[in-house]
Ligand binder design. Sequence first.
Ligand code: FAD
Ligand code: EPU
Length: 338
Amino acid sequence: MQISSNISLKMLNTFGIEAQAKHFTEIQSVENIAELLNTMEYKNNAHLILGGGSNLLLTKDVDALVIKNNLKGISIAKETDDTVWVKCAAGEVWHEFVLWCINYNYGGLENLSLIPGCVGASPMQNIGAYGVEIKDTFFELEAIHLETGKQHTFSKSDCEFGYRESIFKHHLKNKFIITSVTFQLSKRPTFHIEYGAIKQELEAMQISALSIKAISQAVINIRSSKLPNPKEIGNAGSFFKNPEVSADTYLKLKQEFPNLVAYPLDNSNYKLAAGWLIEQSGLKGLQIGDAGVHKLQALVLVNYGKATGKEIFDLSTQVLQTVNAKFGVTLEREVNII
Ligand code: FAD
Ligand code: EPU
């Protein structure tokens, strides 16, 4: 295990922000972690765990030891006639893992196709798309406690999953490095195509027999048509969460803005489409220097080239303030600000 100093993180975050890590190392095995915890670089510095860097905004140089998780391996932990428990190491690329599952016809993750990043980060914010979240198929994860070096297993309820939330973003923030995640998948998949755009896309694809492979392809097509590819334009997906409001607030807003886009939730609250709020605030396509609000998806902030993290952050503040002034709704950043 090698620890380097003053390493550029530009290629390691999907915003493409230039920032230096004071120290940098890559973890290839669980044994590496024990070794790392005994080094002076670990003991004398703060740390930042890095997966694919697709949910981070680096607003300054990282005065810390950056630990890139590169643990690899996929294995079957257990199986029955109907169900399979697949254990995946944290450093595997999420989309490649999803394709691996689809290849064996293990159903449950297909709606989450093409989400960037690594498997180890997927529980951090309970990644979700097209009507599915990982909590729906999550079984357990293994993680190492960074103070004691001890391995812990977290069940689904231990993780306290919510919409773009888990215990690892709050109470246990920076306390554990996730080393593997086990998913409980179905050998006789049920299909989740309730999300309108999927049905439309499947029709356009003229699919005769529905399969998880077809759903995955439909999701890939939809995502590719509206989300900017970080290889071409720097971004971290949705910059803000879709805000949840009470039924009362929703009704008042709906009266004033009849075209408001909102979804009812189980608890009688409503989730508002933040992209709509931002677009209706006149911000879609706004560009300040190289920082911008994406032209096709207003929920995505982008780096057209040389924007700094601070410029993107300042733009996000402008978006927050403008939306709040127009609708009285406070957006919350989804991306981790470093
Ligand atoms: P990173 O950005 O590297 O890290 C994210 C956070 O997790 C950081 O706080 C980091 O310290 C921590 N972390 C990472 N790995 C570990 C580990 N092994 N142990 C402990 N902590 C860890 N997200 C969605 O939910 N749905 C979407 O549809 C979606 N679409 C996206 C589309 C685009 C174009 C982009 C760029 C992003 C999108 N995202 C989406 C956000 C992002 O892909 C996910 O949040 C993803 O899970 C982040 O993975 P990562 O490995 O890149 O994490
Ligand atoms: N909308 C607009 N203008 C815009 C963008 C969106 O009016 O510029 C409205 C449209 O009416 C659209 C609605 O908002 O119907 C919802 O938009 P979309 O279907 O694109 O989804 P989203 O709510 O913007 C969420 C997730 C995405 C996820 C998609 C698909 C959040 C914060 N974002 O986006 O996740 O891929 O749904 O399920 O929940 C991410 O977390 O990084 C991410 C990309």
